[in-house]
Design a protein around this ligand. Structure first.
Ligand code: 0X9
Ligand code: ZN
Length: 316
C-alpha cells in the first residue's frame, strides 16, 4: 500500500521510510530520535542534496503529534517522497526545495498514539504514557497532550487533569516525544523554519498560540502566511485562513510552534502550525478524512512548503 492512496499503519510507514533510504542513500537518512513509552522509535528522516556537507538552512516538519489526525502523516509522507526523488525527476519545485534547504521531517511524532488509533480507539489524541490519578489504588488515565508539553508558558490553556484530552503532563518536557524533538532541534545548526502539522480546522496558525497579543514580527509572518495560503488555494480552490490561534481557534500554551521561536531556545522565527482540512462532503467527524482526499490535501501541503521555502530563501 502507498501513502498517497491509503492511511498506512505505523509498520507500513516504517517500511516506506526504510525503502526510501535504501533507494536514495546519498540523500536520505533515517534515524530514531528516541523511544516512546511503548518502545517505538521516533523517526526523523533527513533529506539533503549532500548528507556529508555542512547543514544548509534547515526546515523542520513535525506531523502526527495528535494520534487521530491521520491526514497530517499521510500528507507529510507525500512531501517526503517528492523531495527524496527530486534529483532523479523533472519535479522542478522539489529540486528547488532540496537545492536551498535540508529537510528534517518527523512523520510520526506520536507512534504509540498512532498505533492505538489503528487498534483500539480511532479518536485517541494523546500519547500512551500512563498517569496514576493519585498515589494509592485509584486507577490510571493514559496519555499526555504532546502539544501542551513544551516549555513555553507551560500550564495555561491546557489541563492539569490527567484524564483530559489536553493534559499538559506532569511538568514541561515530561514526555520522551517532546524531549527527543527538542534535543534534535537544539543540536542542529542553521534551523530556519518549523512546521507542526495538525487537522482539521483548515488554517495556517501564526505565533503566538499562548496569548492574544501579537508578537513584534507578526506582520512579517502574516505576509508570508498569506502568500502561502494563496498558493494552497491555487491547487484545489480551498482557502486556508491565516492568523493567531487566539483569533481563529483558542489560546493554547506549551505548543511546539511557540517553543521553537524562544530566543533562549531554538530561536526559529518562521514557525507555524497547520490545521489541514476536514472531509467536506461527509457527516464524518472532521478528523476522519476519506482516503480519496489524501492526494488533494497532500498537494496543498506540498505547495505550501514550496512557497514557504521560496519566500524565506528570498528573504535570506
Ligand atoms: O489544540 C491543538 O493543539 C491544535 N488543534 S488540534 O485540533 N489539532 O488539536 C491547535 C494548536 C494551537 N495553536 C497553535 N499551535 N498555533
Ligand atoms: Zn492536533
Amino acid at each position: 500500500r502507498r501513502p498517497e492512496t491509503h492511511y498506512l499503519t505505523f509498520t507500513e510507514i516504517e517500511s516506506f521510510l526504510k525503502n526510501l533510504t535504501n533507494e536514495y542513500p546519498e540523500r536520505v537518512e533515517l534515524k530514531s530520535l528516541g523511544e516512546t513509552y511503548e518502545n517505538r522509535p521516533i523517526y526523523r528522516i533527513k533529506i539533503s542534496s549532500d548528507l556529508n556537507a555542512t547543514e544548509k538552512p534547515v526546515v523542520w516538519i513535525q506531523a502526527m503529534t495528535h494520534a487521530r489526525e491521520w491526514i497530517s502523516g499521510a500528507a507529510t509522507l507525500y512531501t517526503i517522497q517528492r523531495v527524496s526523488q527530486a534529483p532523479s525527476s523533472s519535479d522542478e519545485e522539489s529540486r528547488e526545495m532540496l537545492a536551498n534547504f535540508d529537510w528534517h521531517i518527523i512523520p510520526v511524532h506520536n507512534p504509540d498514539g498512532y498505533v492505538y488509533t489503528h487498534t483500539v480507539d480511532r479518536m485517541w489524541r494523546k500519547n500512551r504514557n500512563p498517569n496514576k490519578k493519585c498515589r494509592f489504588l485509584c486507577g490510571l488515565c493514559y496519555g499526555t497532550d504532546l502539544n501542551r508539553n513544551w516549555d513555553i508558558n507551560w500550564g495555561v490553556g491546557s489541563s492539569s487533569n490527567k484524564c483530559s484530552k489536553t493534559f499538559r503532563g506532569t511538568r514541561a518536557f515530561s514526555e520522551q516525544e517532546t524531549r527527543a524533538v527538542r534535543d534534535a532541534v537544539l543540536s542542529t545548526p542553521n534551523n530556519r523554519m518549523f512546521f507542526s502539522i495538525h487537522s482539521y480546522a483548515q488554517l495556517i496558525l501564526i505565533p503566538d498560540a499562548f496569548r492574544p497579543e501579537k508578537p513584534d514580527d507578526f506582520a512579517d509572518l502574516k505576509r508570508v502566511a498569506d502568500r502561502v495560503s494563496d498558493a494552497m488555494y491555487n491547487v484545489n480552490g480551498e482557502r486556508y485562513q491565516t492568523g493567531t490561534s487566539a483569533d481563529l481557534l483558542y489560546i493554547a500554551s506549551g505548543v511546539s510552534m511557540d517553543y521553537m521561536r524562544k530566543s533562549d531556545g531554538p530561536g526559529i522565527k518562521w514557525s507555524f502550525t497547520y490545521e489541514l482540512r476536514p472531509d467536506t462532503d461527509s457527516t464524518h467527524n472532521g478528523f476522519i478524512l476519506d482516503r480519496r482526499w489524501i492526494i488533494p490535501t497532500a498537494k496543498e501541503l506540498f505547495a505550501s512548503f514550496y512557497t514557504f521555502a521560496a519566500e524565506i530563501s528570498n528573504a535570506l
